[in-house]
Design a protein around this ligand. Sequence first.
Ligand SMILES: [Zn+2]
Length: 216
Amino acid sequence: MNIPCYPGCPTPDFIDVKLQNPDFVVCRHCRKILKMNGFGFVNTGSVSKMPHDMSPFEVGMEGDWNGKKFQIVGRKRYFFESGYYRNHWVILFANGTISWLTDSYGFYGIVSQIPFQLPSSRLAQAAPDSQMTLHDGNKYVIDCISSLISLDIEGEIPESQIQFSSLISLEFSYQNRLMAIVDWIGGAEQIYYQGQMVKYEDFLFKQPARSMKDWF
Ligand SMILES: [Zn+2]
């Protein structure tokens, strides 16, 4: 799908949108955020330049994981109070399904959103290194609990919220490389991701990883 950018865009060509129903699209030329409003896209402000990090990925890369071809079409980048960051790359598989490739300091995962919610009372008592029973009945270890400072986005985002006054992100792991992430928003709403940890070698990319010179 091609959508027009804001008229003031220095390169006001159509933006080639890959997702069928993205909630937000960031123009890579003018960094305006276009929000889907039911009738089309409207300009809802702009984002600053994505901070540099050591991720080997970038929007536009195409690859293969587990025999399934995919393309990276967007990214959310969480920056937490502890100075820790985590990328959630939006990956669109050839069959039209969407997952997230998480990437943080050389640790990778493939996760999908599922409609599962933990009781807020249990999240309020969560502590690092303790255990919690999750969606599949297994007792996962809580690896870390982080408070969000800022969220940066680029490309296409298939989620309806991109600004948070309060977000706590909990990361869980279990045997056989299973993992989960819960974003707990304002002590109420939750976004629940479940999936598995993966290795960089599990991906076959058409293009070489982002080179060191692009990192700084
Ligand atoms: Zn633009």
